[in-house]
Design a binder for this molecule. Structure first.
Ligand SMILES: [Zn+2]
Length: 212
């Protein structure tokens, strides 16, 4: 992983300048005075297991050719997005500025707080629940995590399956939380004046409710 990583920042508008910007219409304002304090990890590929195409971007931009694959017909009414998408090669795409609300989590609950879209940043990894993710994805995810921690007071990081366990299975068992945590903590250990404090990761089974 590069030790100096220019461009891995989130600016005041919530834009990461090194990401390819593809603004999605599937976004709106966060509720007033919302503190962004959660990162949610997902995986997606369209059709599932097929990597490298434009279909995920097309879905987030409401321009998917629903005839192109039988799987796509069921997606016709979906209006979804994520803030970021990391390709298998580690290319970063941004669909929603982090100051705005992306539509990635749906009905969800993080330790007793519902509607996680309100207060979270959603990161999609190109992949499936049963395919290992790539080193480039872990590298990019670690750098993006640290960039987010320098912009927001992140209090936790979790997976979609943890905050919507009855509906969702991503990022799945092949996502290596231990590796991810090690890598972003290594980045945070670098001696920089704005190095954020480490924060907890919540990924073991269903989350405890606040106060439980
Ligand atoms: Zn998801």
């Amino acid at each position: 992983m590069p030790h100096s990583s220019p461009g891995w920042v989130i600016d005041a508008q919530g834009v990461c300048p090194l990401a390819e910007q593809m603004p999605s219409p599937n976004q709106d304002a966060r509720p007033p005075h919302t503190l962004v304090d959660l990162i949610v990890i997902h995986n997606i590929s369209l059709p599932p297991g097929q990597f490298g195409g434009e279909y995920v971007a097309d879905l987030f931009l409401n321009r998917l050719d629903y005839q192109a694959h039988p799987y796509f017909a069921a997606l016709r009414t979906l209006r979804v997005s994520a803030h970021f998408f990391l390709s298998r090669q580690g290319r970063l795409f941004q669909f929603v500025a982090t100051e705005n609300r992306a539509w990635h989590a749906g009905v969800s609950d993080f330790m007793g707080r519902a509607a996680c879209n309100d207060f979270s940043v959603g990161i999609e990894l190109e992949g499936t629940d049963d395919t290992a993710f790539t080193p480039a994805q872990y590298d990019g995810l670690a750098l993006l995590t640290v960039a987010l921690c320098r912009r927001y007071r992140i209090a936790g990081i979790t997976g979609h399956q943890q905050i919507a366990p009855a509906r969702k299975t991503d990022p799945g068992a092949r996502f290596d939380w231990v590796r991810y945590e090690r890598q972003y903590r290594q980045q945070m250990d670098m001696p920089k004046p704005d190095t954020p404090k480490p924060f907890p990761v919540f990924y073991s089974g269903t989350l405890p409710r606040a106060g439980a």
